[in-house]
Design a protein around this ligand. Structure first.
Ligand SMILES: Cc1ncc(COP(=O)(O)O)c(C=O)c1O
Length: 405
């Protein structure tokens, strides 16, 4: 039987909102034909996308599995419990809260569970690798708590553990917690040492190296479980995003597959290969290299700002982000460097030989700043390389079909 309501609900996106439908297609083509080197991004599987764009977006489920404030949660409970159990298994954690809407929300819950306003925390300085939520003065963290910044050493741009020890003894911080947002995938695969056995509380995002949906998560020792849960809901959030939790569960399932270890090993090898190749073109890599998925390239000695480099590379189909470097002479909106990472290109199946090609393209654009001819030439090479490692084919095919009709 067809009802008016039913007919309304069945209308395809193209009919309801052709502008958004077009933009979805354009974004799929952008992602498929360009090279994504932003280290905090990745390319999720169709399985993760399917869970994310699912029927669970309709469901309110305030509370936790078995203890909800809404009816009809029998399937939401199962989804969240699967996500929790898989997260605990993946990271060997006593407790997992998978409800944080984002990495920032996860950190809000962590701080609220362990600190009072005005308490002292040690956090890494933003330009030295920290995040806004680690005490930046414009962020809630810097406004609510007294953050004492630690740094990398100027000589070798590596974390100065002596300074951390000195600062910890001097300021007696209430908390030194671990935010493993960037490296979570490497940690899950055993390619990076895990903070989970050592730290009381570990926060993370699920969308970077872990290759899940945009979201956050908090892992903790059993003793902190109750407080973390209480400060996530009702402390700092309302209803969880059950569709996102379903996608997190799928992401954890994929991360438990043996092939995820191979993927993460390749992420680290590719980052090393890319950093080495770029330095062979005469660009300095901050701290001389990388042990994980990300590295910074200093561009200001060439008279280029990170911002200009980002724009030029974007025009050539290579997406990076400008980034302040330690002891940066330029303000953050210009920045003296760019940040590059391997998670997305590795998800496409690229390996060391492709890292050489990407480095050639980056170096060519940056040594011919503002040369539209060079940018176009590299753009074409990028498209050819991307085409050899196809992604989201059903989406790009749909875009091509749509463009023809
Ligand atoms: C270390 C770290 N923590 C937290 C976050 C915040 O995550 P979100 O953007 O999901 O709020 C980020 C994001 O870049 C991050 O790199």
């Amino acid at each position: 039987m067809t009802t008016e309501a039913n007919t309304r609900m069945q209308r395809p996106l193209d009919k309801v909102d052709p502008q958004i439908a077009d933009l979805l297609r354009e974004e799929a083509v952008r992602q498929a034909t360009g090279l994504e080197l932003i280290p905090s991004e990745n390319l999720v599987s169709e399985a993760v996308l399917e869970a994310m764009g699912s029927i669970f977006t309709n469901k309110y489920a305030e509370g936790y599995p078995g203890k909800r404030y809404y009816g009809g949660c029998e399937f939401a409970d199962k989804v969240e419990q699967l996500a929790i159990d898989r997260a605990k298994q993946l990271f060997g954690a006593d407790h997992a809260n998978v409800q944080a809407h984002s990495g920032t929300s996860a950190n809000v819950a962590v701080y609220m569970s362990a600190l009072k306003p005005g308490d002292t925390v040690l956090g890494m300085a933003l330009a030295h690798g920290g995040h806004l939520t680690h005490g930046h003065p414009l962020n809630f963290s810097g406004r609510m708590y007294k953050f004492v910044e630690y740094h990398v050493r100027q000589e070798d741009e590596r974390i100065d553990y002596d300074e951390i020890e000195k600062l910890a003894q001097e300021h007696k911080p209430k908390m030194i917690f671990v935010d493993m947002a960037h490296i979570a995938g490497l940690v899950a695969a055993g390619v990076h040492p895990s903070p989970v056995p050592h730290a009381d509380i570990v926060s993370t995002t699920t969308h970077k190296t872990l290759r899940g949906p945009r979201g956050g998560m908090v892992l903790s020792k059993a003793a902190f479980a109750k407080e973390i849960d209480k400060l996530t809901f009702p402390g700092t959030q309302g209803g969880p995003l059950v569709h996102t939790i379903a996608a997190k569960a799928v992401c954890f399932m994929e991360a438990l597959e043996p092939s995820f270890i191979e993927y993460q090993k390749q992420v680290a090898s590719n980052a090393k290969a890319l950093a080495n190749a770029i330095s062979r073109h005469g660009f300095r890599v901050v701290s001389g290299g990388t042990d994980n998925h990300v590295f910074l390239v200093e561009v200001h000695p060439r008279g280029i700002t990170g911002s200009d480099a980002e724009k030029a590379l974007d025009r050539a189909g290579i997406t990076v982000n400008k980034n302040a470097i330690p002891f940066d002479p330029l303000p953050p909106m210009k920045a003296g460097g760019i940040r590059l990472g391997s998670p997305s290109v590795t998800s496409r199946g690229m390996k060391e030989p492709e890292m050489e090609l990407i480095a050639n393209g980056v170096a060519e654009v940056l040594t011919h700043m503002g040369d539209a001819g060079v940018e176009q030439k590299v753009r074409k090479q990028v498209a050819e390389l991307a085409a050899r490692f196809p992604i989201y084919e059903s989406r790009t095919r749909a875009a091509a079909t749509h463009a023809r009709v």
